[in-house]
Design a protein. Structure first.
Length: 70
């Protein structure tokens, strides 16, 4: 849950263009990269909020958000 994770950073890591990676993700996952990322972060946050005594700020940080209000 890296706060700096983006389509561009992932494409650089995989050594492919962001446009190609975006098209592949959309084709095989059925949703955009950002929607997948948000969904996964929200699922992780839901689990942490329901199964731990962490503060909301701590959950936000662990899920890749630098601002708890976001």
């Amino acid at each position: 849950m890296d706060a700096d994770l983006s389509l561009v950073s992932l494409s650089e890591l995989l050594k492919v263009s962001p446009n190609h990676l975006s098209a592949c993700i959309k084709k095989y996952a059925g949703e955009t990269f950002i929607n997948t990322l948000i969904r996964r972060r929200m699922e992780a946050a839901r689990e942490l909020l329901s199964g731990s005594a962490l503060k909301i700020r701590e959950v936000a940080e662990r899920c890749g958000y630098t601002d708890q209000h976001y």
